[in-house]
Ligand binder design. Sequence first.
Ligand code: NAD
Length: 264
Amino acid sequence: MPDYGLKGHAAVITGSTSGIGQAMAHALAAEGVNVLLNGFGDPARIEADRAALEAETGVRVLYHGADMTKPDQIADMVGSAHREFGRLDILLNNAGIQHVAPIEEFPVEKWDAIIAINLTSAFHATRAAIPLMKAQGRGRIVNLASAHGLVASPFKSAYVAAKHGIVGFTKSAALELARSGVTANAICPGYVKTPLVEAQIADQAKARGIPEDRVVEEVILAAQPNKSFVEYEHLAGLLLYLVSDMGASTTGAALSVDGGWTAA
Ligand code: NAD
């Protein structure tokens, strides 16, 4: 493994009590990055996971329970990471939810929640992080978009809109920050078998009226030419590159990790 030169850096990772965010927190902590975790879940389990990661890696691991639909809580989360760690090097906007339904039946409150959590929260967190990163002359903003930031699927209108939105937001941020030492990029994974995807398998089965095993074969991995779920390590490899000095010239990019999905 290369030395990514990240020892002593500090990261905020939204939605890191589960799935991809949690795995990316482990990958960064293993490289010596102090991390602030965020997300929902059973408080006892979150605290146990936080303490275990700290013990395993020797870095500082904090938790902030900011709700990604609440701008003031998001700003407080970013500010408290900077106060506690004395710096902020990495912001990974990762929190996300999904809902699957035809547009005419799409619950309005689900649309609003998906846009707030999957798109607008990244604006609030980035807005709070930029002055801190600019003052350091270096920073890394990474947005966890999706293959659905580049192409669409039926029944996921809010998610596709939010993910296309975050790819556009990433590009604007990159241009605004181009001379500041701060980069902004989007990672666009195909399917990763996280709790979010497990829930989608059930939802798609309902929306399409077919059994779950057929959903995996014919719907979920139908889009992925390599017919394999993306592994956490594949995302961690790209993230570590982006946040290291090797990633200094990569900005404004929407980078696919999707087994060839968006090549089609
Ligand atoms: P997950 O459901 O396992 O984790 C989502 C995290 O977000 C959890 O920690 C949850 O507590 C947190 N969260 C949800 N609502 C929140 C809120 N209001 N405030 C704070 N935290 C909140 O999901 P995942 O599959 O790990 O997805 C992570 C990101 O990756 C999402 O943005 C998702 O769209 C994206 N993504 C996932 C896949 C996939 O196949 N799993 C593919 C492409 C992109």
